[in-house]
Design a protein around this ligand. Structure first.
Ligand SMILES: *Cc1c(COP(=O)(O)O)cnc(C)c1O
Length: 416
């Protein structure tokens, strides 16, 4: 029996074949992948996973593809860094950084979702792939499409960081810059997807795409020695990543790969685009769309597709949500860099900033095993910190100049 059973409507439960569809024709609810867990359970074990490839594909039994990974074989299985210094600074005994700044090949967590989406798109017979993106998704789709020999269109908002624009162009896809924000881009892409027979990874392929995020939960559990953390701190754009981390943890529990899951899943947004965290703060289970204005552009989705489900996942897990200002985003980036040597993009600054707030508020306690998800690389958002890091010390090419600058005497000693 196949591991994928059907696509199922998250609202009314109607089932559909596992094709390139994403909304329920009865109630317009979003579709998600339904698995034959009884079947999967017979074949899965810690030992089998541990002897699998050093990539997210070691969890292929829980991913929505029929055959082998044909796109993105090296994505995932990124380092889980024990953050002694940042933990000590914040007052946490056991803090870990899940470091997707070094994901392969485009340095963000999006390589996970794209590897699944494009492998599935190929299985479904598509020759052209596309996406609506806040930046990282486009980079990953463009790179993977180049390697897989697929035609590619990426649609981005008009105000992206230079490195994220370049990070598309270098792979030579069709890069379409839309005069508007992400929500405008996404609306346009829904229309294009309805007209053209392309695999839009985050529209008609979304049910498969989203499942790729579960691998962050799987890796977390395995890398912690088959334990689930007490707290997860997760950045939110559409809210999909957060919901899938929660789903992934529960799958591991259901399949007996972890004894217990008491993880509180906490959501992080930037103040300038915080529809989900604001709904949480105001005690609502629905969000109000906003017009984004923040340096955390990768998270700048004003009308988040999974916002409702993210609120639900956080509530089910007993977690919290919070938001930080752009200044706190920059501080968060610098703090992570200066304590752990990890240069994150703005989304990472959001995560660290919110982690800090949750510790201060006593929501995350000193003894809580905590994982912060750092999902993108700082070299892609240099604009955000360029004015906040000072300049190099400039000297003449002479020993005297060097020693004078650093106020050193003849026999060493002294420092600037
Ligand atoms: C896309 C993205 C996220 C979260 O995306 P969701 O839409 O919530 O799944 C987080 N961090 C970075 C760097 C991203 O690019």
């Amino acid at each position: 029996m196949a591991k994928m059973k059907a696509l199922v409507c998250r609202e009314c439960g109607k089932e559909y074949p596992t094709k390139a569809i994403h909304v329920c024709e009865l109630c317009f609810g979003p579709l998600e992948v339904k698995y034959n867990y009884d079947e999967i359970k017979k074949g899965i074990s810690r030992h089998k996973i541990e002897s699998g490839p050093h990539s997210m594909w070691r969890y292929i039994d829980l991913l929505p593809v029929e055959g082998a990974a044909t796109v993105g074989p090296h994505a995932g299985f990124t380092p889980m860094v024990r953050a002694h210094n940042l933990g000590a600074y914040l007052g946490l005994n056991e803090l870990y950084i899940k470091n997707d700044t070094v994901n392969h090949p485009t340095l963000s967590f999006k390589d996970r979702v794209v590897a699944v989406a494009l492998t599935r798109a190929r299985e479904l017979g598509f020759g052209t792939v596309a996406c609506a993106s806040t930046g990282n998704l486009a980079n990953s789709v463009a790179a993977h499409a180049a390697a897989a020999g697929l035609q590619c269109y990426v649609f981005i908002p008009g105000d992206l960081e230079a490195a994220k624009v370049l990070g598309n162009l270098i792979y030579r896809p069709n890069v379409v810059e839309v005069e508007g924000n992400y929500d405008d881009v996404n609306r346009l892409c829904s229309e294009i997807a309805a007209e053209h027979g392309w695999a839009f990874v985050n529209i008609n392929i979304r049910p498969y795409y989203a499942e790729g995020s579960k691998t962050l939960a799987f890796e977390t559990v395995e890398q912690l020695g088959w334990r689930a953390p007490d707290h997860a701190v997760v950045p939110m754009a559409s809210g999909s990543l957060l919901t899938k981390i929660w789903k992934g943890l529960n799958e591991m529990l259901m399949l007996g790969l972890v004894e217990e899951v008491r993880t509180k899943v906490n959501g992080a947004q930037a103040e300038g685009c915080s529809p989900i965290a604001t709904a949480y703060r105001e005690g609502r289970d629905f969000f109000k769309p906003v017009k984004p204005k923040t340096i955390a552009k990768s998270l700048a989705i004003g009308n988040p597709a999974d916002g409702y489900y993210a609120l639900k996942a956080t509530a089910e897990s007993g977690g919290a949500m919070d938001m930080v200002s752009d200044e706190e985003v920059v501080e968060g980036i610098k703090l992570l860099a200066q304590t752990e040597g990890i240069f994150a993009e703005t989304a990472g600054g959001v995560t660290v900033g919110v982690l800090r707030k949750l510790v201060k508020q006593g929501i995350i306690k000193r003894s809580d095993l905590t994982v912060a998800y750092i999902t993108g690389n700082g070299l892609k958002t240099q604009e955000a910190v360029i004015d906040a890091v000072g300049r190099p010390v400039r000297i003449q090419p002479s020993l005297v100049s060097f020693e004078r600058t650093f106020k050193m005497g003849k026999n060493g000693g002294g420092a600037a």
